[in-house]
Design a binder for this molecule. Structure first.
Ligand SMILES: Cc1cc2nc3c(=O)[nH]c(=O)nc-3n(C[C@H](O)[C@H](O)[C@H](O)COP(=O)(O)O)c2cc1C
Length: 369
């Protein structure tokens, strides 16, 4: 489509859009995000998601959000210590920047050692997971259980900061339970120990992923910290991101479950924050085309294991059109790349017959990594 027509269309969409950036927010977010000595040109981050944010997924997110910070899936430092070999989880593409490797554990010495391995692999920052609610992790003293052991959490940050030259960051929750909300004190301790950025998921460990994220706690933490604070929890749309940034005063937002089957989200929010304009959302056909790319890339990267992992991704993409439920049922059972591709191709052909347009795909700013 001609550039002028696109410009006018974007203007109309912006005018119709229920959310606009306040001048204060626009001014606040117009500068790069400074994480210690690292400058990041986007204030929208793709969260670490175990079982999801592998190199393939990150490549897809980066097509639409070339300047955003991404995270690997979390990696166990004890495992690294004993195996002394980088797992595939930690593999990063030399061209994918900025990138953080996320570690979890409760042993400061193992975490320091793992952080050095992460930096050798090319991590721009090392993030310590202090928010994971899963029993298997917390019963061994890692993830959100560190919220109840702030002295150990502090020791971890100090020891990792000493071990590496890149910025060390922390991702955590607002507390263990409603009776044990300690986000403000905990965040302050992490900053004092040397953390260069804090990402706060506005839920307690007891909440898991239920109920709403309580952004008011992010506001309180932002008020007391001098390092950047990134807001996380329930950022499922551009509007939610803007509301959260306005309410919390946070330095950036991190998208998580909203990106499952939707690697466009980080780019959509980033584009809006930078321009005040909305990117046209992908049509169901474009989403399915992305699902097909995802499947092909996972197959190329991980073989049969990639196909098993691709099932869940493909079902997340197949949404929002007649026949989607039926397609999801079939995609959940595919055994080979060919089967998956055939199902997706047939669904695309069917949607095209119904008149879904694909032309806008060419307008997205695609960046190959
Ligand atoms: C499937 C899944 C895997 C996750 N894996 C990680 C992880 O490896 N490290 C981490 O810090 N958080 C992890 N999280 C938490 C998210 O990064 C995020 O903090 C949480 O989902 C809240 O954001 P949301 O409400 O926008 O989803 C995971 C969440 C989900 C749903």
């Amino acid at each position: 489509m001609d550039r002028m027509v696109k410009f006018i269309r974007d203007r109309i969409m912006a005018a119709l859009s229920p959310t606009a950036l306040s001048p204060e927010l626009q001014a606040r977010l117009s500068t790069p995000l400074q994480i210690g000595n690292l400058e990041v040109k986007s204030r929208v981050l793709q969260s670490p998601l175990s079982g999801v944010t592998d190199l393939v997924f990150r490549r897809l997110v980066r097509r639409y959000a070339p300047e955003s910070m991404m995270y690997t899936e979390m990696v166990n430092a004890t495992g690294l210590h004993y195996v002394k070999q980088l797992p595939k989880l930690m593999e990063i593409d030399p061209n994918e920047r900025p990138i953080s490797i996320q570690l979890f554990d409760c042993r400061p010495d193992f975490l320091a050692e793992a952080a050095q391995m992460a930096v050798e692999e090319g991590a721009d920052t090392v993030d310590i997971n202090m928010g994971c609610p899963v029993n298997k992790i917390t019963k061994n003293g890692g993830g959100s259980s560190l919220l109840r052991q702030p002295e150990i959490a502090e020791e971890i940050v100090r020891s990792v900061v000493q071990a590496v030259k890149v910025p060390v960051t922390v991702k955590t929750r607002i507390g263990w339970s409603d009776k044990e909300i300690n986000a403000v004190e905990f965040a302050q301790r992490m900053q004092d120990a040397g953390a260069q950025m804090l990402t706060l998921h506005g839920r307690t460990r007891s909440q898991g992923y239920n109920g709403s994220a309580r952004w008011e706690w992010i506001t309180r933490v932002k008020e007391v910290l001098s390092i950047p604070v990134i807001a996380n929890g329930d950022i499922f749309s551009v509007d939610a991101a803007v509301r959260c940034l306005e309410m919390t005063g946070a330095d950036g937002v991190m998208c998580s479950r909203g990106t499952l089957g939707y690697p466009f989200l980080v780019g959509e929010v980033d584009y809006f924050l930078k321009t005040g304009l909305r990117r046209q959302p992908p049509t169901p056909i474009e989403r399915l085309e992305c699902a097909r790319d995802h499947l092909q890339m996972l197959w190329a990267y991980k073989g049969d294991r990639g196909i098993r992992q691709a099932r869940k991704h493909m079902t997340w993409y197949a949404k929002g059109f007649m026949g989607a439920a039926d397609l999801r049922g079939k995609l959940a059972l595919v055994e080979t790349q060919e089967q998956g591709e055939e199902l997706i191709n047939r669904a695309i052909a069917h949607l095209a017959q119904q008149g879904w347009q694909t032309e806008d795909a060419s307008e997205l700013q695609l960046v190959e990594v």
